[in-house]
Write a protein that binds this ligand. Structure first.
Ligand code: NAD
Length: 298
């Protein structure tokens, strides 16, 4: 079976490599040449466009930044829609708005193509290990057909509901991650300025109720002042904007999320949007006039 893979960035490149390692034949495309060359080196075939990829594949996967990129790659000139064959399955693994997912699914349906929205959580390390968590929206029959493929990139794959439900679940995930990072930042800045080594704080609390996967992933980076992405602040702003839009469309106020969104906007104005979202702590460091580092204030 041929799988088409479009979007070979921080996440897409290792995910595509894991499909190759599992023995699938891959046709790949990205607007950037370098990751395509790397995948060809690893055994994939290069497609000339999303249309070309779709015309050679039974399953087409996209891993792109946001809704406009997915719409361009699928609905735009030389897009997936122009090349995809009746009976193929389209899986968008990007984190986008649920309305965009539904729009793309509706455009593909007349071609006899089913779509799943299947965003992921876990970041680059889990993309490399093939241990992502995938949250899926779409029909159960289609999910059953591709679950084994998704499990080559993931440790957990859960069907959450109809098309769009994967992205609603991902927004819930992103709210929880953003608010955890903000809570960790407030706590570490407080500990540091009050004279307690934040590394000791981390060691003391990680096994208790405040412990979390977010804390375990982000605290070691933050304690080194390492904000290399990982997951860029710009992408988290995109997710929180999609969360705010979805919440407001659904009649749900999300006041704490909107505050963390404003913190991220302040960091963007400060030129830090390309840094890892753990870099959110710099907003609190500036407010308190202290830097959080192993051993105490830097
Ligand atoms: P990225 O910016 O590193 O990669 C995106 C890739 O898409 C780039 O290689 C870019 O050249 C390519 N691209 C853009 N427009 C294109 C187009 N029209 N056609 C073909 N290729 C195009 O982003 P990423 O970090 O890999 O994230 C991808 C998605 O996964 C995003 O929706 C993000 O929110 C989500 N995500 C990221 C992480 C993470 O930790 N980085 C974790 C979970 C989910």
């Amino acid at each position: 079976m041929n799988i088409g893979f479009i979007g070979l960035g921080i996440m897409g490149k290792p995910m595509a490599k894991n499909l190759l390692k599992a023995g699938y034949s891959l046709v790949v495309y990205d607007v950037a040449a370098a990751p395509v060359a790397e995948l060809v080196q690893a055994g994939a075939k290069a497609g000339a466009s999303p249309k070309d990829v779709a015309s050679q594949s039974e399953i087409i996967i996209t891993m792109l930044p946001n809704s406009p990129h997915v719409k361009t790659a699928v609905l735009g000139p030389k897009g997936v829609l122009e090349g995809i064959r009746n009976g193929s399955i389209f899986i968008d693994m990007s984190s986008i708005g649920r309305l965009a997912s539904r729009e793309v699914a509706a455009a593909l349906a007349p071609k006899g193509v089913e779509m799943l929205d299947a965003p992921v959580s876990g970041g680059e390390p889990k993309a490399v290990d093939g241990t992502l968590a995938v949250m899926v929206g779409g029909k159960e029959t289609i999910f059953a057909k591709v679950k084994e493929i998704l499990l080559k990139m993931a440790a957990s794959v859960v069907l959450c509901g109809d098309i769009g439900a994967g992205n609603v679940t991902k927004l819930a995930n992103q709210i929880i991650v953003a608010l955890n990072i903000a809570a960790m930042s407030e706590a570490f800045v407080l500990a540091t300025k009050a004279g307690v080594d934040p590394e000791r704080v981390f060691d003391a609390i990680k096994g208790g109720l405040a412990g979390s996967t977010v804390l375990n992933a982000k605290a070691p980076m933050v304690l080194e002042g390492n904000y290399k992405p990982g997951f860029r602040i710009a992408l988290h702003i995109k997710d929180l904007q999609n969360a705010l839009d979805t919440a407001h469309e659904s009649g749900v106020p999300i006041p704490v999320t909107s505050q963390v969104m404003e913190i991220m906007q302040a960091l963007k104005v400060d030129g830090k949007q390309k840094e890892d979202h753990g870099g959110l702590i710099q907003f609190y460091e500036k407010l308190a006039g202290v830097k959080v580092r192993k051993g105490g204030a830097a």
